[in-house]
Design a protein around this ligand. Structure first.
Ligand SMILES: [Ca+2]
Length: 304
């Protein structure tokens, strides 16, 4: 089993990704760390604890950054896409569980040192927590097994701006630090995630499952697909952004990649743009192709 920490800003696709990971026996779920992003960090922590309770899974949750590394929020929260509560308005009551008593970045440092070369970090929100960990303790870089990042748009246009993808735009400086650190990293960006559409038809299977989890995921995902329809009329589904990062951690053969150095624009209207070049070091694996149908079937076979 591959030990993982998931770093999340729990909106709807994060929730789907957490369910997928919890139900995947290849992964040993060690902890979750939370970050601002789709919503505030406090809401991300709450939503993460809520999902874990619905999944019947006990995993510690460490709260992290509430804002980007340098200065104020550069983008709005994404309540129009993820709902007022971040879960498509499907949140029912407050979770009973409590967050653990250590900052996310400090937890990441401690855990990586405890299990050198073993930990996979699946980062599906802004990269602030990981950047903070690397800034505080650069010696962890060669000790991290691998980082799988949902973020960026290297060979395709952005989504939140013409240039940038939401997780990177939310904290371009953090992404720049992580990408330049030399850490072993796979970038699962819009290059591949927009090829993985979950259609509304699949939700009926979840509703028909007779399970509370199926109802919950169907309700929140319906909201998410509605937001996609508003943005891309006729699309008939939603991108499985964060779940694909989990899929790649389980089975790297779902994607193919190119080694590139990726720099991040940190200022101006193109802030958050991810620019790939093939010559310079350090290089990361930029996923450029995905076996979308095989991934979708794998995800559907696991998520509820
Ligand atoms: Ca996310």
């Amino acid at each position: 089993m591959k030990p993982i920490i998931m770093d999340v800003d729990t909106g709807i696709d994060d929730a789907l990704a957490i369910a997928y990971a919890v139900h995947s026996p290849e992964l040993e779920f060690i902890a979750l760390t939370t970050c601002f992003g789709n919503i505030t960090v406090e809401e991300a922590t709450r939503n993460t604890l809520f999902m874990l309770e619905k999944l019947g899974k006990s995993v510690p949750v460490y709260e992290g950054a509430g804002a980007p590394l340098f200065g104020k929020l550069k983008k709005r929260y994404a309540r129009h896409i993820h709902g007022e509560d971040g879960l498509g308005n499907a949140l029912r009551g407050e979770p009973q569980g409590q967050k653990s008593d250590l900052a996310a970045s400090d937890y990441i440092i401690r855990q990586v040192k405890e299990r050198p070369h073993e930990m996979t970090i699946i980062a599906v929100g802004p990269l602030t927590n990981l950047a903070l960990a690397i800034e505080k303790a650069p010696e962890i870089v060669p000790l991290i097994g691998e980082v799988v990042v949902m973020g960026g748009a290297v060979t395709v246009p952005g989504n939140i701006t013409p240039y940038g993808e939401a997780n990177i735009v939310a904290d371009p400086d953090a992404a720049a630090i992580v990408f330049a650190s030399g850490v072993r990293l796979k970038l699962v960006g819009l290059d591949v995630t927009l090829q993985t559409l979950l259609a509304s038809a699949h939700l009926q299977t979840w509703r028909n499952s007779g399970r509370e989890l199926g109802q919950l995921l169907a309700e929140m995902t319906e909201f998410y697909i509605g937001a996609y329809e508003a943005r891309y009329p006729g699309i008939g589904g939603c991108g499985l952004h964060d779940p694909l990062a989990v899929g790649v951690a389980i089975d790297p053969s779902l994607v193919s990649s190119e080694l590139m150095r990726v720099t991040v624009v940190t200022e101006g209207e193109a802030a958050g743009q991810t620019v790939g070049t093939s010559e310079d070091e350090p290089r990361i694996e930029v996923c450029t192709k995905v076996d979308a149908e095989r991934f979708l079937q794998h995800f559907l076979s696991r998520v509820i």
